[in-house]
Design a protein around this ligand. Structure first.
Ligand code: RNT
Ligand code: ZN
Length: 417
């Protein structure tokens, strides 16, 4: 408490009201991806994860059933401060005993348990059609396939997902972001790069022809540079996806995943570029080490910079923030919580930055002082405000929450054999 009072005074000197920042941050939703809990497997198939993405590691205790996944997510929610949404993938459909329908036939009722879970916590839901880990995706092409049957199957899946997204929005009263990502591409040099892209364009347009209210359902297209086994060519490249979203900005938006660019490109710089043209954009926050490795998000420089670009451009209500990482080599509940807590820290750090003062220095070309002040800001007592934020959110502090993980592992996860 004394620490917080001292921190509050230190921030007041640079014009920041820490009480207001804490109150404001409590309202910013971050979407928590359900797929960290079971290595992106889901409940509708027995096969492996495909589509150019991979989890590595074999840490014991992964969730095998909806009940286990819900229990694990509940633990994460309890350990992390701030407002949350839950991000569900279509392969996490929950069927009745003995029931099964394929992805093109999914209905809202298959996600009723997700709605109940979200409603019980006052949270919204986001959604994703699953265009991978399925026999109809085995050729490496789904919406871009030259085979009309395959394309139509996946178009029907996309349309079903729009209906499910609308159901989520209506049930929770909170808009549902529905992200379209496929791993469509080729391992080696293609003979035709444009044909698949034209088919992809028409297929996504066909999905978006399903009627929906854009105030409730927010479809996005996620671009990518390459995937494992799909190194030479990706249909939904950056230029393709951005152009698609621009041409259809009345009914969809672009989604940037910060693992999906060349290693020296940064999404933090792309956020303000896109905000000049799009009313709303969406993000997948991840941490790529050398490639789109989807390591757990930590409180590192680029994560901080991403949050800063959202906050200092006053775009907290224009950027839909979702997490997207999966580590199977460590305790999954801890991985989940570390990532969410880290992004919360990045948001808090951005909101505690004297952005107006720094901007003025830039606009006045006072670059020497700007550098000195940016370094000085790094020494403000951020940690004390973070502890206060956790306390106000009824969540354990930085050196306490891990005890809960150890307890949960001993009592719950280790018994899953
Ligand atoms: C893959 C994309 C995509 C997936 C999820 C599971 O590279 O980032 O968003 O991670 O759909
Ligand atoms: Zn992603």
């Amino acid at each position: 408490m004394a620490n917080y009072e001292a921190a509050k005074a230190a921030y007041a000197l640079v014009g920041i009201d820490t009480d207001k920042v804490i109150a404001d941050l409590k309202k910013v939703p971050v979407s928590l991806h359900c797929w960290q809990g079971d290595d992106v497997i889901g409940f509708d198939h027995d096969g492996p994860l495909t589509g150019g993405i991979q989890t590595t590691g074999n840490y014991p205790g992964k969730a095998r059933t909806p009940e286990e996944l819900f229990a694990d997510m509940e633990k994460v929610l309890e350990l992390c401060p701030g407002a949350k949404k839950i991000n569900v993938h279509a392969c996490y459909a929950i069927f009745e005993e003995g029931e099964f329908v394929d992805r093109d036939k999914l209905e809202p009722k298959h996600f009723k348990k997700w709605v109940e879970f979200a409603k019980s916590k006052g949270m919204g839901l986001d959604f994703n059609p699953t265009f991978f880990s399925h026999p109809m995706a085995d050729s490496g092409l789904t919406l871009a396939s030259p085979d009309e049957n395959i394309r139509n199957f996946w178009i029907e899946h996309g349309k079903a997902c729009i209906r499910i997204s609308e159901y989520f929005a209506e049930e929770t009263g909170i808009p549902c972001v529905m992200n379209i990502w496929t791993g469509d591409g080729f391992k080696d040099i293609p003979a035709d790069r444009m044909g698949p892209r034209m088919r992809y364009k028409e297929s996504i347009e066909a999905i978006l022809s399903e009627p929906y209210d854009f105030n409730k359902v927010k479809p996005c297209v996620e671009s990518k540079v390459f995937g494992i086994g799909v190194e030479a060519y990706t249909v939904g490249s950056a230029e393709f996806s951005l152009s698609f979203a621009a041409e259809h900005s009345d009914k969809c938006m672009p989604l940037m995943d910060n693992g999906h660019y060349h290693p020296t490109e940064v999404v933090s710089d792309k956020i303000p570029a896109l905000l000049c043209f799009f009313d709303e954009i969406a993000l997948h926050v991840t941490r790529g080490i050398r490639w789109d490795s989807d390591h757990v998000v930590v409180f590192d420089d680029e994560t901080k910079e991403i949050a800063k670009e959202i906050v200092r451009n006053n775009a907290l209500d224009r950027v839909y923030i979702a997490l997207d990482y999966f580590d199977a080599s460590i305790n999954r509940v801890s991985a989940w919580s570390t990532g969410l807590r880290s992004f919360q820290k990045a948001l808090l750090n951005a909101m505690l930055t004297p952005n107006a003062m720094l901007k003025e220095l830039q606009d006045n070309s006072e670059f020497t002082k700007l550098m000195a002040m940016q370094e000085a800001v790094k020494c403000l007592p951020f940690g004390d405000v973070w502890e206060q934020y956790c306390k106000e959110c009824d969540v354990k502090g930085e050196f306490e929450w891990f005890e809960e993980i150890e307890k949960y592992e001993a009592e719950v996860l280790s018994k899953r054999v």
